[in-house]
Design a protein around this ligand. Structure first.
Ligand code: HEM
Length: 425
């Protein structure tokens, strides 16, 4: 039992270490006991992943039960069946191409403001800076133009909120749920959870009273009078989820990209040259390939969690009702069977090769594909393009080790970097 528990804790805190051990043994699938899920199959095998994704008994929302406490009963990521379908169809429109384009100018200004504020200053933690950018962008997408002090208040709440779950064990161990106000992480989380919900409720009430349509997500959800419209409580849960999931994830991916580039001055130089020549938007440009390669090598969501609603068979595995199986991007993206030299950061691999659907899935699959996937890809491009206007200097000589931050993986050390004078292009 002690060994099982120790392995489970290692998985929660550092899944990449267990993943590497599995791969080093020449395997792509293993079974591990996890608190709250029991014996769980973890796989990077494309055939098995295909079967899981296409098996209607293996469902997504049930596996996210630990998040319900945090995001709310109605959050899309924890929902199933008709509720999931209805919420998804209501939200999808805000994360598609045309809507994202409407926000792009505002996003660029936010990015420039934050990057400019660091030029010539002391080294900064990349994840922390990117988080301010991605948070302000997602607040803009959700609420539209906002009074600066109100926005800063909301940003502060979101930061305390996500910081409360830096230790992932807090999500799953009820033992850590002591509400001693400011003295405990759980107490701080409860307080800002209540304040955050009250903030969104006030905004909803204002929109109802003013009844003035605009293009922000919240305004449109509140004034929607269609038969599928979300209720006030449902909207609060979706707004909280969007703010929390929609900032840390993109910031983490950007931080990983910095960590990779910190080791590859050759690639950084080539990116600057490509940008100067105006070639970075061309099909299969290095600019796009580094983003793809970073999402492969450093998937911030290391695995998908599927729980079996009914007993079922997946590959050689007879799954019990309630059994858990995790298609793992960490395993699939680093498997020798899928990639040559899988641990190497090599954007050129995509010049001659395109991974298949079940070999590359940083945003998941199908009806449960990441709601913010398009937004994330575009924001990664916008921030990288803006960064290439500066000289970047990094404080570290080795690639970063991953650590968990709630359910995602971030570089343990930032990384620390500086921005110097804008490059003359
Ligand atoms: C680099 C950034 C991101 C990555 C790598 C990422 C990854 C993922 C993955 C792998 C899933 C599938 C989970 C599953 O099937 O169990 C997912 C779902 C989801 N993501 Fe993201 N995500 C990112 C950014 C965002 C952003 C910006 C938002 C903002 C709205 C977002 C919102 C969601 C939601 C709501 C779901 C649940 C979708 C559903 O169950 O229908 N994500 N994400």
């Amino acid at each position: 039992m002690f060994n099982k528990l120790r392995r489970a804790l290692r998985w929660v805190k550092a899944p990449q270490m267990i993943t590497q051990e599995i791969l080093d043994r020449g395997l792509d699938t293993t079974s591990i006991w996890l608190p709250g899920y029991g014996e769980t199959v973890i796989t990077g095998n494309s055939d098995l992943i295909k079967q899981v994704v296409n098996n209607r008994s293996c469902v997504g929302g049930l596996g996210m039960k630990a998040m319900k406490n945090v995001l709310g009963e109605n959050a899309l990521i924890c929902a199933e069946g008709d509720i999931h379908k209805r919420h998804r169809s209501q939200l999808m429109v805000f994360f598609n191409g045309p809507r994202l384009q409407e926000n792009e100018e505002a996003f660029k200004q936010i990015i420039d403001k934050h990057l400019n504020s660091q030029v010539g200053k002391e080294p900064f933690n990349a994840f922390t800076l990117f988080k301010s950018i991605t948070l302000e962008n997602i607040i803009y997408l959700t609420f539209g133009e906002m009074d600066a002090s109100e926005r800063d208040q909301l940003m502060e709440l979101c930061l305390v909120f996500t910081d409360s779950f830096r230790n992932p064990l807090r999500l799953i161990l009820k033992l850590t749920h002591w509400d001693l106000g400011e003295l405990t992480a759980w107490g701080r989380y409860k307080k800002c959870h209540a304040q955050g919900r009250a903030f969104v409720r006030r905004k909803i009430d204002d929109i109802r009273v003013q009844n003035q349509p605009d293009s922000s997500m919240l305004n449109q959800l509140v004034l929607d009078d269609s038969e599928n419209a979300l209720s006030g409580d449902e909207i609060v849960d979706e707004v909280i989820s969007t703010l929390l999931i929609g900032s840390d994830t993109i910031a983490a991916s950007l931080a990983w990209l910095m960590s990779e580039l910190s080791q590859r001055q050759d690639i950084l130089d080539a990116l600057h040259a490509e940008m100067s020549a105006g070639n970075s938007t061309k099909e299969n440009a290095l600019f796009l390939r580094v983003i793809t390669e970073n999402l492969r090598l450093n998937p911030v969501a290391p695995h998908l969690t599927r729980v079996c609603k009914h007993a079922t068979v997946v590959g050689d595995y007879a799954m019990k009702e309630g059994g858990c199986i995790m298609p793992s991007a960490l395993l699939a993206h680093r498997s020798n069977a899928n990639y040559a030299s899988p641990n190497e950061f090599n954007p050129d691999r995509y010049l001659e090769f395109q991974p298949e659907r079940y070999q590359y899935f940083p945003f998941g699959f199908g009806t449960r594909r990441c709601l913010g996937g398009n937004l994330a890809e575009r924001e990664l491009q916008l921030v990288l393009a803006a960064l290439l206007n500066y000289d970047m200097e990094f404080e570290q000589s080795r690639p970063s080790e991953p650590k968990r931050h709630a359910i995602i993986l971030i570089p343990c050390d930032g990384p620390m970097m500086r921005l110097k004078k804008a490059k003359a292009i």
